[in-house]
Design a protein around this ligand. Structure first.
Ligand SMILES: [Zn+2]
Length: 275
């Protein structure tokens, strides 16, 4: 998946490479309405983007936004991952991709997704009204994401802490991948009810989420993902599938795999107690 660290890195690199360039050609390849969710037909999409200049690119949450001179914005979220790659010339264009842009200086950008792809080409006002991306609130690294707001969000939920945090729009850019480490660092069980956390636990979790994301940004994203130039990130989780059946680095208890709210978590049952 693309979360905040990966989206920020890709957007920064895209901003450097494609700002000020005009799209001379854009092609959707192997279009499937079952896995590519676009607000326009492939023909309309290509027509509206062709011969338009890109002004800038930025990220918010797991979304990457490219602002065009027409005041429309291209919003992309490769939900389950994939590659967005820049090519100085056509020699490095991969055999398989789903979207290609050719720019006026004969450079290219390709996008290949796995799972499914959400994409919109619309004005900011139109994007704000959609369910996805909708209006994206502060991400954990924005100054508006204060501990006070975080604590209120938890106090108002009697659902599991994991479901509370991963609900759409609650904490933009954060998925189970990074949250898993934040739970381990703050010694919180993902099934614990959000409104039962003590003030100290809330603070630890809040800080762990920020720390984990900052560390991932410093290491240029997770090692399973590539940047715009095809270089893999260096972040690997403290506790993941490799740790199952191994001992907790803190207390030497066996690490357990747990299915919680539709995805797996790895926990130390002694450090991360449910009660
Ligand atoms: Zn432990």
């Amino acid at each position: 998946m693309v979360d905040l660290p990966e989206a920020l890195l890709l957007a920064e690199q895209m901003n450097k490479e494609i700002s000020g360039k005009t799209v001379v050609n854009v092609t959707l390849k192997d279009y499937s309405h079952k896995t590519m969710f676009i607000n326009l037909s492939p023909k309309e999409f290509e027509q509206q983007i062709k011969n338009k200049k890109i002004l800038s690119t930025f990220a918010k949450g797991k979304w990457i936004f490219s602002r065009f001179e027409t005041e429309k914005i291209l919003a992309i979220a490769p939900e389950m991952g994939g590659d967005i790659l820049f090519h100085k010339n056509e020699t490095t264009i991969p055999e398989k991709y789903h979207l290609i842009f050719e720019f006026d200086d004969e450079t290219f950008l390709t996008l290949k997704y796995s799972g499914f792809l959400l994409m919109r080409f619309a004005t900011q006002e139109e994007l704000d009204e959609t369910r996805y991306p909708g209006k994206i609130g502060p991400t954990p690294l924005d100054s508006e994401f204060t501990f006070k707001k975080f604590a209120i969000m938890l106090d108002q939920s009697n659902r599991m802490i994991k479901s509370t945090l991963l609900d759409h729009g609650q904490v933009p850019g954060l998925s189970n991948f990074y949250l898993n480490d934040a739970f381990f660092k703050s010694r919180i069980h993902p099934k614990k009810k959000a409104n039962t956390l003590s003030n100290e636990e809330k603070k630890d979790l809040y800080n762990s989420i920020k720390e984990t994301l900052k560390e991932a940004i410093k290491l240029k994203g997770r090692k399973e993902r590539k940047d715009l130039y095809g270089v893999a990130g260096k972040f690997s989780r403290m506790i993941d599938s490799k740790c199952k059946g191994k001992l907790c680095p803190n207390c030497e208890t066996l690490i357990e795999k747990l299915s919680v709210a539709g995805s797996n978590n790895f926990i130390c049952p002694k450090c991360q107690k449910l009660d």
